[in-house]
Design a protein around this ligand. Structure first.
Ligand SMILES: *Cc1c(COP(=O)(O)O)cnc(C)c1O
Length: 213
């Protein structure tokens, strides 16, 4: 697939799915520059990466060339990487535990950078490792509030072997319940469904760039 075509077709499908269209985070992890450059050339600036170190290596020297880049961390974050993550990313989508909330707050104080933060919710309960359970979400939100973390919304990755719709509905309802404006959900296979169910941000990799690796 031609990358340029992939990008434009995803944009068209998003436009057709709902108004207003969600923010499109194109997931560039493990993709080559041959594939990423046409998307940058088309004017797109919002990219997702799942590892701190890789993202810094890949995108570190692109910031000068593209000052309006917005980079989202969409993968799990270890507490010993929070300084780098806070320095580098514009948005961190994967806060999922109290220890990480404390580490992020410390890193933000230290670096003076305050990226927007999503809390990742494990809507699939036991099926999946990352994310706070819906039952533990209120306490994590209270803690994040006490620490003055800039929480803007909720994010989820539904289990691959289940229909995604109930997970999307649950996440949207939780965001409404806690008055959080943003909902990050939907990937290549289900971003239109997620959009119809209230996503304000979708994370799309292979449908834009082709298969990874
Ligand atoms: C890799 C990844 C995506 C993109 O996956 P595709 O199926 O290629 O669209 C989205 N979200 C997260 C958290 C990911 O790790």
């Amino acid at each position: 697939m031609n990358t340029h075509t992939g990008y434009h077709s995803v944009i068209q499908r998003l436009n057709a799915a709902a108004t207003p269209t969600p923010k499109l985070v194109t997931v560039s992890k493990q993709q080559s520059w041959d594939k990423i450059t046409p998307v940058l050339d088309a004017g797109h600036r919002i990219f997702g990466e799942n590892r701190v170190q890789e993202a810094v290596e890949r995108w570190g020297d692109k910031r000068d060339q593209y000052p309006d880049l917005q980079l989202h961390l969409i993968g799990p974050l270890q507490t010993n990487k929070t300084d780098d993550a806070v320095q580098f990313f514009d948005v961190i989508e994967t806060l999922d535990r109290p220890k990480l909330a404390h580490a992020l707050a410390k890193a933000m104080d230290k670096t003076g950078k305050w990226p927007d933060v999503y809390i990742q919710v494990n809507t699939g309960a036991e099926a999946q490792k990352s994310g706070v359970s819906p039952a533990d979400l209120p306490d994590l939100l209270d803690l994040a509030h006490d620490l003055n973390l800039p929480i803007i919304g909720l994010m989820c990755i539904p289990p691959v072997d289940e229909p995604a719709a109930p997970h999307f509905v649950l996440l949207r309802n939780l965001a409404h319940q806690y008055a959080l404006p943003h909902v990050s959900m939907g990937m290549s296979n289900d971003f239109e469904l997620a959009t119809k169910l209230g996503a304000t941000s979708v994370r799309v990799g292979s449908a834009v760039f082709g298969e990874r690796g």
